[in-house]
Design a protein. Structure first.
Length: 94
């Protein structure tokens, strides 16, 4: 074995080592981008859920108030209808 062959082998090993380091750096950069996208997506999911909740959730106070108002209107209309259509003795005799 001569020194020239040994130097060639060392150069080949150095070349493969550099290639391996470059690939690891590229993989690390890709993993960082994936982690960043994952973080952004989770933050977007949280903000989307919050916006949906604000738009679609029922406010109990408002729902109860609307129910009571509709119930009051219903009772008033029943009362008014009962006063308008009062049965008389003639209605029973027919």
């Amino acid at each position: 074995m001569s020194g020239d062959n040994f130097d060639e082998y060392l150069n080949v090993i150095d070349s493969h080592t550099n290639d391996l380091l470059n690939e690891r750096a590229d993989l690390g950069a890709r993993m960082n981008r994936v982690d960043l996208l994952e973080t952004r997506l989770s933050q977007q999911e949280i903000s989307t859920n919050k916006i949906m909740s604000e738009n679609e959730d029922a406010h109990m106070e408002e729902v109860i108030m609307n129910l009571k108002m509709q119930e009051s209107i219903y009772r008033s209309s029943l009362s008014a209808g009962a006063r308008i259509i009062q049965p008389t003795l003639m209605d029973f005799l027919r």
